[in-house]
Design a binder for this molecule. Structure first.
Ligand code: ZN
Ligand code: ZN
Length: 241
């Protein structure tokens, strides 16, 4: 319920940045030349690449060896989701764009970022669930970026957007600085569904996946509530921050 409450309003940072356009591209320091991607210039934007190297067939973690198909994490603890569809690596221009959207309120980037998902092979599913923010988190940010990204897929591929399905019922400290185990513990039991999910195949969307603690916990909650399968979709895989 909470993740769409404030999505109608513009954050202060976003308004200030809009006034400043045309602005300077943070990558090449040239002038940004496209409002929809600004402050990143089109030339730098075109440098964002889809990751095509070897990756774990379950969690999409980049693998060092081309001969293994499943990573050590997934072997140790099989995730509750069936697979992760991931676009790129959290570095360079892609990381910059995600940070501008998330931490500097540049909401217009959700559209071009959301379009990256369309180059992934998204299987047929019953609905798309954005990873929710807590009430406090939403108040602080002013919008939920996963909801805005999910809207792009929902509209383009006509998959129902299920924004009321999953809640984050309490605020948690930032995951930065915690190891994988601590991250899972930090999130245990914080997500909740408000309804029974009858046998649905769901697409769970997050922007960045690091250890996977968030999407594991969300998937667990959805499956417990009756989901048949959860497929995770993320913009970027990141190593521990
Ligand atoms: Zn540039
Ligand atoms: Zn894996």
């Amino acid at each position: 319920m909470w993740n769409f409450v404030k999505t109608g309003g513009y954050g202060l940072t976003s308004s200030v940045l809009n006034l400043m356009y045309p602005s300077i591209c943070p990558i090449c320091k040239g002038r940004s030349d496209s409002y929809s991607h600004s402050p990143i210039c089109l030339n730098c934007w075109k440098g964002i690449e889809q990751y095509s190297g070897p990756s774990c067939r379950i969690c999409a973690s980049p693998l060092v060896s081309e001969y293994s198909t499943v990573c050590g994490e997934c072997i140790n603890a099989l995730p509750p989701f069936s697979m992760v569809l991931n676009y790129g690596i959290y570095s360079g221009v892609l990381a910059e764009a995600i940070n501008l959207m998330k931490f500097y309120g540049v909401r217009r980037l959700t559209r071009p970022l959301g379009r990256f998902f369309l180059s992934l092979e998204i299987p047929e599913c019953d609905g798309i669930v954005p990873v929710p923010l807590s009430k406090k988190g939403l108040r602080a940010r002013g919008f939920n970026q996963t909801l805005l990204l999910a809207r792009v897929i929902s509209k383009e591929l006509r998959i129902p957007l299920l924004m009321d399905m999953l809640f984050k019922k309490k605020d948690t400290p930032p995951q930065i600085g915690l190891n994988a185990k601590e991250r899972l513990k930090n999130l245990r039991g914080v997500f909740e569904t408000c309804m029974r999910i009858d046998n649905l195949r769901l697409l769970l969307l997050d922007d960045v996946m690091t250890t996977g603690a968030t999407v594991r916990e969300c998937s667990k909650t959805l499956i417990k509530a009756g989901a048949r399968e959860v497929i995770v979709i993320t913009l970027a895989r990141s190593s521990m921050m």
